[in-house]
Write a protein that binds this ligand. Structure first.
Ligand code: FAD
Ligand code: DHB
Length: 385
């Protein structure tokens, strides 16, 4: 079997790449370890930057996103007994974000690929990469797929990055001393906009998925398990961390999903080796506070699509050669912003009183200076491509 681009992973990166390549007449095969049902149900990110929405709409996969996605023109930072709005419409006019679940993006992309006769294979076992230097091919479940190029879109725990020989790649890493407990609940959001709440008990985030489904996150110890967090404890803690301003009441409901996500920053340099190109979480991850992970995956895929189009239409590998360099500027901006938001809003047990005063001063500055608030807003809605 032969294709132009062998894509490992049917997350947002792999599926969008396959779709964008199809629109340019470039063939690909997507190999996914999990079942279709599993990837369509996996609850993860929810904030799409303006540029991500534009990319999906321009690619013809944005109809449901435009219908069901929730446009947001601001967020609230809550601390010290008061809420402070970061107003995108004033600080970054014309730019906003849309709340739409990652698994909905994945569903829309899978539907589009299958409708166009795309080759997306689920429950594929033992994918392995070979011949990366010159004649790449993939093996899986007793089959062989020859390709011109391999795209490693298989997330942080995938097989692509480890297939590169030792000593070629350099890794940059930062672990945080806490994790996020993510919760999905059948209850109308208690706020129209997202609330990022800093308290001495730890950070909490109130987000949403629809007028009837809310999404919450709680800062928890790094080794926390969902078993330690029965529903009542979750609601008690969310109340304690969100009902910190006069007049705000959290409405509770049935919890339908919960999971613990570690907090880590990680970058691979370069994001390529021979004929292998890494995109999305396979190449880098961010702590989720800045809501950048999914959006970065989309940015990588845009760059890779242009480079592959040029390669297949002209034979020139110049854009492919510069792929990593073209992506890493944005990757590092997102790393810095995610670290900045994480530091601004979380409780660090290692902080002394001096550290806590610094954090409070930083929050006061971001919520009182238009220049500082604009720094947050322009990074949050996403910098131009
Ligand atoms: P993924 O979505 O991870 O997709 C990779 C795909 O490759 C998966 O379908 C996987 O099954 C498949 N795969 C892996 N190994 C193999 C293999 N050997 N063979 C074949 N297929 C393979 N970001 C936010 O902004 N906010 C959040 O709240 C948030 N929560 C997250 C929670 C979790 C648990 C995780 C892991 C990530 C979260 N993120 C969040 C980050 C965001 O979801 C990711 O940045 C985004 O999913 C990146 O997309 P991707 O396609 O690169 O990788
Ligand atoms: C969501 C996730 C984030 O990481 C974030 O910063 C804001 C919202 C969400 O899943 O809705």
């Amino acid at each position: 079997m032969r294709t132009q681009v062998g894509i490992i992973g049917a997350g947002p990166a792999g599926l969008l790449l396959s779709h964008l390549l199809h629109l340019r007449g470039i063939a690909s095969v997507v190999l996914e370890k999990r079942s279709r049902d599993y990837v369509e149900r996996r609850v993860r990110a929810g904030v799409l930057e303006q540029g991500t929405v534009d990319t999906l709409v321009e690619a013809g996969v944005g109809a449901r996103l435009l219908r069901e996605g929730l446009p947001h023109h601001g967020i609230e930072l809550r601390y010290g007994g008061a809420g402070h709005r970061i107003a995108f419409e004033k600080l970054v006019p014309g730019r906003s974000i849309t709340v739409y679940g990652q698994q909905e993006v994945v569903k829309d992309l899978i539907a589009a690929r299958l409708e166009a006769g795309g080759d997306v294979r689920f429950e594929v076992e033992d994918v392995a990469l070979h011949g990366l230097e010159a004649e790449p091919y993939l093996t899986f479940g007793g089959e062989r797929l020859d390709c011109d190029v391999i795209a490693g879109c298989d997330g942080f725990h995938g097989v692509s990055r480890p297939a590169v020989p030792d000593g070629v790649l350099r890794f940059f890493e930062r672990d945080y001393p806490f994790a996020w407990l993510g919760v999905l609940a059948e209850v109308a959001p208690s706020s129209e906009e997202l609330i990022y709440s800093q308290t001495e008990r730890g950070f909490a985030l109130h987000s949403m998925r629809s007028p009837t489904v809310s999404r919450f996150y709680l800062q928890v110890p790094p080794d926390a398990t969902t078993g330690e967090w029965p529903d009542e404890r979750i609601w008690d803690e969310l109340r304690a961390r969100l009902e910190t301003v006069p007049g705000f009441t959290l409405t509770t409901g049935r919890i339908i999903e919960k999971g613990v996500t570690p907090m880590r920053g990680f970058v691979t340099e370069p994001m390529q080796y021979g004929r292998l190109y890494l995109a999305g979480d396979a190449a880098h991850i961010v702590p989720p506070t800045g809501a950048k992970g999914l959006n970065l995956a989309v940015a990588d895929v845009r760059v890779l699509t242009e480079a592959l189009d040029r390669f297949f239409s002209t034979g020139s590998a110049d854009l492919l050669d510069g792929y990593s360099e073209a992506c890493l500027k944005r990757v590092w901006r997102a790393q810095h912003f995610s670290w900045w938001m994480t530091t601004l809003l979380h409780t660090f047990d290692s902080d002394d009183d001096y550290g806590r005063r610094l954090q409070r001063s930083h929050l006061d500055y971001v919520t009182s200076s238009e220049a500082a608030a604009t720094t947050l807003a322009e990074n949050y809605v996403g910098l131009p491509w």
